[in-house]
Design a binder for this molecule. Sequence first.
Ligand SMILES: Cc1cc2nc3c(=O)[nH]c(=O)nc-3n(C[C@H](O)[C@H](O)[C@H](O)COP(=O)(O)OP(=O)(O)OC[C@H]3O[C@@H](n4cnc5c(N)ncnc54)[C@H](O)[C@@H]3O)c2cc1C
Length: 305
Amino acid sequence: MSVFNAYMTLSGAVDADFVRDEPLSRRTSYRIGGPAALVAHVRDYAALVRTVEVLADEGVRWVVLGKGTNVLADDAGYDGCVILLEGEFARVNVSVEDATVTAGAGAALSRVVNEALRAGLSGIEPCVGVPGTFGGAISMNAGSRREWIGRRVRDLVVYRPGEGMHRYEGGEIEWGYRATSIPTSEVILEATLSLMPADKDAIAADMDARLRRRRQSQPLSHPSCGSVFRNPPDRSVGALIESCGLAGASQGGAQISEAHANFIVNRGGATSSDVLALMTRAHDAVRARYGIDLAPEVKFLGFGG
Ligand SMILES: Cc1cc2nc3c(=O)[nH]c(=O)nc-3n(C[C@H](O)[C@H](O)[C@H](O)COP(=O)(O)OP(=O)(O)OC[C@H]3O[C@@H](n4cnc5c(N)ncnc54)[C@H](O)[C@@H]3O)c2cc1C
């Protein structure tokens, strides 16, 4: 595999910028992570396809990242290419007549939420305050515990490497709690949400209430990846970890938040090893006490994978 060959072939040849050895701490909300061998800022479909083809030819692994708000990146970095969708991929279009919002995967989720509010379209309120991109939200099926974005997806366009574009109807996809049936080999390019006309003031009031609850319950003053573990059915991970006496436990620069024990925050200089050590502690304590095997919600980047 040769990242260097891929870089030399791609640089200047496609509508994209390529950066070598860029620290992932700049690309994740955790502010953690060593260098990615290559970061590709891709602005259109042709550039994406060509980039993926060249990476495949050179045997370089790759991953699409949104804003990195649900990612723990390895201190040792990632030996592949991180692809970021920008330019054309950040478009947002609203159709008030159809009550739809169509957005590219690279658009900020907050922009999609705000455009829906401005147009008086309801349905995406559970995503207010969720950081990241629209593509990241679709990939994670973001939202609250019981209301998630997948329920609003009318259709979705992906890129299947080696094949081209493929369009799904929203109903063809299985949407679960922070999970979808979209294969991880596919790149989400764009989706259309089917929303409902509603009173703007009512939508705004609902969003305000959700934002207030978020500010009260989440430690937003330190970098984090949001919830670290998925909630088991009918249980709250935060409460489980807290009942094991681990709220406030720290390792290096990382700490299990006292405000919400399912958040591990970076209090300054935390490493991925610090976060992993606390995750292991919380996981083992909950398993020993409750027999529950907590599953991570956070995605791992690097770590040999
Ligand atoms: C303070 C805080 C609060 C949060 N609150 C919530 C919450 O209330 N609800 C919630 O659901 N989440 C929450 N999160 C988690 C996170 O914001 C969401 O999961 C978000 O949707 C991730 O978007 P992203 O663009 O940052 O994706 P990333 O973190 O960059 O990526 C997440 C995953 O999606 C994949 N991915 C990203 N884009 C694409 C694409 N175009 N095609 C294919 N795969 C892709 C990545 O490879 C990765 O596996 C919170 C995070 C933080 C830091």
